[in-house]
Design a protein around this ligand. Structure first.
Ligand code: SF4
Length: 169
């Protein structure tokens, strides 16, 4: 098996908060993920040995009938980690903040794009009316801002709000 060339900082290098709730999957992605994990079961032995599913039902209002990657507890976030985000991480995020789908693909000379969910590959762009667009970092434009209880998602990402000059939550 070749050594992975995956580098930790392909983005702005924050605390990987975009991965804290896992990812909602598009049609066909659940099957691809499960096939990939089973094909490389040695690389995912720790996950496979856990008494927890890899993919679960969604719990975001309106997305309960969708499937998403499961999450695990995590407590190594930065001081400015948004208070309304759960202290969790996607089951595929390792302790070095790397997506294991990506680096296991690279270790086996496979294309990560074949297995990494589309939403993760395109992040922080969002799908709007069938096209990926760079979202506004403004809190008032955040489509997941449902009030004080949950004031947003994308507007709390350093990679977006840095560009808007509003780094902290
Ligand atoms: S699949 Fe990878 S990039 Fe997507 S949320 Fe999980 S760890 Fe992050």
């Amino acid at each position: 098996m070749a050594e992975s060339t995956y580098s930790e900082s392909k983005c702005f290098g924050c605390d990987a908060r975009c991965c804290h709730d896992g990812v909602y999957l598009k049609d066909g992605e659940e099957e691809k993920l499960i096939d990939f994990v089973n094909k490389h079961s040695e690389d995912f032995a720790d996950i496979l040995e856990m008494d927890t599913p890899i993919i679960v039902d969604g719990d975001w209002p309106g997305q309960e009938d969708e499937r998403k990657t499961n999450t695990l507890p995590r407590d190594d976030y930065d001081d400015d980690y948004p208070k309304h985000f759960t202290k969790t991480k996607c089951i595929f995020l390792d302790n070095e903040k790397r997506c294991r789908l990506e680096y296991v693909s690279e270790m086996h000379d496979e294309d990560p794009n074949d297995v990494k969910p589309e939403s993760c590959r395109m992040f922080p762009m969002r799908l709007e009316n069938g096209k990926y667009v760079i979202p506004s970092g403004k809190r008032e434009d955040d489509p997941d801002n449902i009030g004080e209880e949950y004031p947003g998602f994308i507007s709390f990402m350093p990679c977006i709000n840095r560009a808007e000059g509003m780094v902290k939550s």
